[in-house]
Design a protein around this ligand. Structure first.
Ligand code: NAD
Length: 448
């Protein structure tokens, strides 16, 4: 069936008001959860075909994440959907005021390829929990995961409620011409701008989950051992193809030598070699070529080898890097980690501030003044002190960017709110009328 017809069917279905029932939403969230669990092996197989991602990584960063999301909404749906009573001010007496969360209606979710299940299904789950009908357009770049999501969902969900539309740029362009009540996009800043422009034509609200260069600062007051271990894990997870991965390091000069040696130690300890089952491939030839051109042979501290057939790039650390180097001009999105050294903590914050607002930022230190300056002075989507990436795993924290790294956020109650409208209702008593507001007016009334 043509996509326009499915979108129209979803609009008609939303008008039946069935999605407003909590029982209905819970039923389908349960169904999605069961489908994921029943098809877990097929999901692992598809992502492995797309970019050689291990079962363990897929479980921890994708499947368990989605299941936790569904469980969160199953548990909290009733309280999230409940009208909230708020105070009523004097001029509105005698009355009561409430905020009624209501679903926006028909929403479009556009996913990215790097965590294809999580980045497609997590917003879909929030959209369904909030009572919307939804079209999902996953990324065509991770082709097998797109196909398996489409098969599982389209064979088991009514298309007038949830439908997966497969395709690439042409299909997305076609979708963007249609009118939705919300567009939720995950991807690059460049395509985010295309989506934002298209949405403006229909005054459609958007959430844009974009990318950027996420800095990681290592102060001389850091626990260097733990910092190195956590950074090596977070940077080379998914071969660096993670939107919130540390993009570059800023290391205090006095500890740089010791710290780089620790990074190298953990890279070796984690055994990221071409045939390792836990080290992911680069998604495609195009990204592989882009990445190997970012490796400046004169700056390699460790790594630097690659294999074109296997789309493997060794975890690579580049040192003696300057802000003007090519690698500092674009989001890396791969297993290459440039290191800039610094001598003054406040000056390095200023250097970071000279660049676009990143999706994430990380600081490793035990110094409270540095922690405070980091939080107060730099603007970024979210981040961690003494860890990387893990802020994403706390559903009580909103996840989203700021400035060039995005608009809006989701996860937990924030996801529910992203796909809801907060309808304000004031209900008045029909007695106790304050006649002062009605004409005829007089100075006496003004001076009351
Ligand atoms: P992308 O922008 O190339 O593609 C994202 C989606 O947009 C895909 O579904 C694709 O089909 C569609 N698309 C691509 N070009 C289009 C066009 N010209 N017109 C209309 N639609 C188009 O991004 P990607 O390569 O899938 O992902 C990598 C980027 O996404 C990185 O910048 C990364 O940081 C960012 N990202 C952000 C988050 C986040 O949560 N903030 C998560 C993952 C990735």
């Amino acid at each position: 069936m043509e996509i326009q017809k499915i979108v129209q069917k979803q609009k008609d279905f939303f008008r039946t008001h069935q999605t407003k029932s909590i029982k209905f939403r819970k039923h389908y969230l349960e169904r999605l959860k069961n489908l994921i669990l029943e098809n877990e092996d097929l999901l692992y197989e598809a992502i492995d075909k797309d970019f050689g991602k291990s079962k363990f990584d897929t479980f921890t960063t994708e499947i368990s994440f989605i299941i936790n999301d569904i469980n969160y909404y199953l548990k909290n749906l009733k309280s999230l959907s409940k009208p909230r009573k708020v105070k009523t001010n004097l001029v509105n007496q005698i009355g009561k005021s409430k905020i009624h969360p209501e679903p926006l209606g028909n929403v479009l979710v556009i996913g990215a390829w790097n965590y294809p299940y999580q980045l497609s299904l997590s917003p879909v789950i929030a959209a369904l929990a909030a009572g919307n009908c939804c079209i999902l357009k996953p990324s065509e770049i991770a082709e097998n995961t797109m196909k398996i999501m489409s098969k599982i969902i389209n064979e088991n969900f009514p298309s007038e409620y949830l439908y997966v539309y497969k395709g690439g740029i042409d299909e997305t362009t076609q979708l963007l011409k249609l009118k939705f009540d919300k567009i939720f996009f995950t991807g690059s800043t460049k395509v985010g701008q295309i989506v934002y422009k298209a949405a403006a034509e229909n005054l459609t609200p958007v959430t844009l989950e974009l990318g950027g260069k996420s800095p990681t600062i290592i102060s001389k007051d850091a626990n260097l051992e733990i910092a190195a271990k956590r950074i090596v894990w977070g940077k080379f997870l998914n071969a660096g193809q993670t939107c919130v991965a540390p993009d570059y390091l800023c290391v205090e000069k006095t500890v740089q030598e010791e710290f780089l040696a620790l990074l190298k130690k953990y890279i070796q300890e984690f055994r990221y070699h071409p045939n390792s089952s836990h080290y992911t491939k680069i998604i495609n030839q195009k990204n592989f070529e882009r990445l190997i051109h970012l490796i400046d042979n004169d700056r390699i501290y460790t790594g630097g080898s690659y294999n074109k057939e296997q789309l493997y790039i060794e975890p690579t650390i580049l040192h003696n890097i300057d802000w003007n180097d090519q690698i500092m001009q674009e989001e890396i999105f791969g297993p290459i980690l440039p290191v800039i050294s610094f001598t003054d903590f406040n000056l390095i914050l200023n250097d970071i501030l000279d660049h676009e607002k990143p999706l994430a930022a990380y600081l490793f230190t035990s110094n409270n003044e540095e922690k405070e300056a980091f939080i107060k002075k730099i603007s970024f989507g979210g981040g961690c002190i003494n860890d990387v990436i893990m802020h994403l795993g706390n559903e009580n924290l909103p996840f989203g960017g700021v400035g060039n790294s995005g608009i809006g956020n989701y996860h937990g109650k924030f996801g529910f709110e992203t796909f809801s409208h907060q309808k304000a209702i004031l209900e008045k008593a029909t007695w106790g009328e304050p006649n002062i507001k009605y004409p005829p007016y007089s100075d006496k009334k003004l001076n009351w």
